[in-house]
Design a protein around this ligand. Structure first.
Ligand code: GLU
Length: 475
C-alpha cells in the first residue's frame, strides 16, 4: 500500500507554527516510505477565509522545500484539491448518506452560532428532525423548505479506534453530537468534508491536532455507513507557548513568516519544529529535511505537548548560520547591507559576522557603527580590565594613527602585527593599544571583532578619519 498523506490547511492567514509542524509530519510520514504528500485547501468556512492566505501556504511549503505531489496548482488524479470547488461532490455524498441511514434532513432553524456554542460547551443536540420520515422530509424539501443534513447517531455503547500516538481511544456513542454535515448554503462542514475527501483522495494517514481526537468516532461512523475503511490516525499534541497556553496565532504568537522576518532560516525552523513532539532516539539534533526523511518514524512521536522554546531555536539557527558557506551566508546578509557606505569592505564584514550572530536580524545591531560612527562619551575609553582610560587613549592614539597611515597591507593579520609591535615599542600592553583603537573606530564597547578587524571593515580612509575624530574629542 502506497502511503498517502495530506496537508489540509484552512486559508486563514499566516502559517502558524503548529500547522507547519503538522505539514512536516505529514510530509515525512509519506516521504519516509516513498509515498505521496498532497495539499488540499479547506476553504469551506467562508467566514474565516483571508485573501492571500492560500499564497502564503504555497510560499511557505516551497520555502522549506516540502514539495507536494498533488495539489490545487499542479492538479493530480483526485482533484479538485480546493474544497469550495468540490461542493457538488459533498452534496452527492451527503444525500447518499441520508439514504444509507447515516444522516437525515433537518429543518430546525438553529443558527450557526448556536451550533458552534453547543460544540464549544459540548452540549449534545437532540434533533427532533431525525424522527421525520424520509418521504415527509423529501416533500418538505420539494416544497422549498430550507434544510441542512445532519448526522444520525443511533449506535449505542462504546466507539473504539486506534490512534498511532494516543493508542486505543474509547468514546461513548452517547457523547457524540449529531452535528451538521451539509449546511443550508450547500457547503459541507469540516466534519463531513474531511471524511469524503480523505476517502476519495485515498489518504492512508491523517495527521492533525489532538482537538480532533474526540470527534473522530463521528467520522468513523460515516466511514462505516459508506462501507469505507477509515485511514490511520496520527493525532498530535499542540505546540505550547508555556505550560498552560497553546501557541496560537490569535494571540499574536510567532508565525513562520514572523520568524523568517526576525532572521530565522527556514531550514532551522523546520529542524527545530521537527523535534517539537518527535525525537530521533539519538543525541543528534541537527537534521536537514533530507535527513529527517531518512530517520523519521511515527513511533517516536510524543503524546505530551512541547513548549516552543525560542532560545533553543535561536541556538539552532546559529548552528545553521555557521554551517553555511561564505557565499551562501553573504547572499543572506545582502539585504541588511543595503544602506552601508561604499567604503565598507563587505567581505571582511561578512566574515566577521558569520561566527558571531545567531539570527540574521542581529546583523542590524551589529553593524550600526559601520554605517556611521555613533556619538560616544570619552569615558568609554576607560576599561579596568584592559587598563585603559582617557589618558592612555590620548597618548596612544596619535602613534596608532601614525602606524596605520604608514600601513600598506590592509589585512587583519598585518594590522594586528603592526599594532602589537607598537605596543612593544611603547612598552604598553596590547590591550592598551587595541582597546582605545576599537573605541575610536566603533564608538561602542562591544563590537563584532576587534580593532583590526573593524579597521579592515571600515577601510583605511574611514579608519584614519575616525581616529582623528577621537584625538580631537580627547584634546
Ligand atoms: N482544515 C483543518 C484545520 O486547519 C484540517 C484538519 C485536518 O488536517 O484534518 O484544522
Amino acid at each position: 500500500m502506497k502511503i498517502r498523506t495530506r496537508f489540509a490547511p484552512s486559508p486563514t492567514g499566516y502559517m502558524h507554527i503548529g500547522n507547519l509542524r503538522t505539514a512536516l509530519y505529514e510530509y515525512l510520514i509519506a516521504k519516509a516510505e516513498g509515498g505521496d504528500f498532497l495539499l488540499r485547501i479547506e476553504d469551506t468556512d467562508q467566514k474565516r477565509f483571508v485573501e492571500g492566505a492560500t499564497e502564503i501556504i504555497y510560499n511557505t511549503l516551497r520555502t522549506v522545500g516540502m514539495k507536494w505531489d498533488e495539489g490545487p496548482d499542479i492538479g493530480g488524479n483526485f482533484g479538485p484539491y480546493v474544497q469550495s470547488e468540490r461542493k457538488s461532490i459533498y452534496a452527492e455524498y451527503a444525500h447518499k448518506l441520508v439514504e444509507l441511514g447515516g444522516a437525515h434532513y433537518c429543518f430546525c432553524s438553529k443558527s450557526e452560532a448556536d451550533e458552534e456554542k453547543n460544540e464549544e460547551l459540548n452540549i449534545k443536540f437532540q434533533d427532533p428532525c431525525k424522527f421525520i420520515s424520509l418521504e415527509e422530509a423529501k416533500q418538505r424539501i420539494a416544497n422549498g423548505e430550507p434544510y441542512v443534513i445532519r448526522q444520525t447517531i443511533n449506535k449505542k455503547g462504546k466507539s473504539k479506534y486506534h490512534d498511532e500516538v494516543y493508542g486505543d481511544i474509547e468514546i461513548d456513542y452517547d457523547e457524540l453530537d449529531e452535528g451538521v454535515l451539509l449546511k443550508s448554503d450547500g457547503f459541507p462542514t469540516y466534519n463531513f468534508a474531511n471524511v469524503v475527501d480523505d476517502h476519495l483522495m485515498n489518504i492512508t494517514h491523517v495527521v492533525r491536532g489532538n482537538e480532533y481526537v474526540s470527534s473522530t468516532p463521528k467520522y468513523n461512523l460515516i466511514y462505516e455507513d459508506f462501507g469505507w475503511e477509515h485511514p490511520h490516525y496520527v493525532h498530535v499534541p499542540p505546540v505550547m507557548k508555556d505550560a498552560q497556553h497553546k501557541l496560537s496565532k490569535r494571540n499574536g504568537d510567532a508565525s513562520f513568516q514572523d520568524l523568517v522576518a526576525k532572521g530565522y532560516l527556514p531550514e532551522a525552523i523546520i529542524n527545530y519544529i521537527a523535534l517539537l513532539g518527535w525525537n530521533p532516539g539519538t543525541e543528534q539534533e541537527i537534521f536537514s529535511l533530507e535527513e529527517l526523511k531518512q530517520v523519521f518514524s511515527i513511533e517516536r512521536l510524543s503524546k505530551s505537548p512541547s513548549i516552543f522554546d525560542i532560545t533553543k531555536l535561536t541556538w539552532m539557527n546559529g548552528c545553521y548560520i555557521r554551517a553555511k558557506s561564505f557565499e551562501e551566508f553573504y547572499q543572506l546578509t545582502l539585504p541588511y547591507y543595503a544602506d552601508l557606505p561604499s567604503n565598507v569592505n563587505l567581505n571582511a564584514l561578512t566574515k566577521t559576522l558569520q561566527p558571531r550572530i545567531e539570527t540574521l536580524a542581529q546583523i542590524e545591531e551589529q553593524i550600526d557603527f559601520v554605517k556611521e560612527l555613533p556619538q560616544y562619551e570619552n569615558e568609554l575609553f576607560f576599561n579596568k580590565k584592559m587598563k585603559t582610560d582617557t589618558e592612555i587613549a590620548k597618548s596612544v592614539l596619535p602613534s596608532i594613527k601614525e602606524v596605520l597611515s604608514a600601513q600598506n597591507e590592509w589585512t587583519n593579520e598585518a594590522l594586528f602585527e603592526s599594532l602589537k609591535s607598537l605596543a612593544e615599542k611603547l612598552n604598553v600592553k596590547n590591550g592598551q593599544i587595541l582597546y582605545p583603537a576599537r573605541i575610536a573606530l566603533s564608538g561602542k564597547e562591544t563590537t563584532p571583532g576587534g580593532a583590526t578587524e573593524i579597521a579592515v571593515i571600515l577601510g583605511k580612509d574611514e579608519t584614519l578619519k575616525r581616529i582623528d575624530t577621537a584625538i580631537e574629542k580627547l584634546a
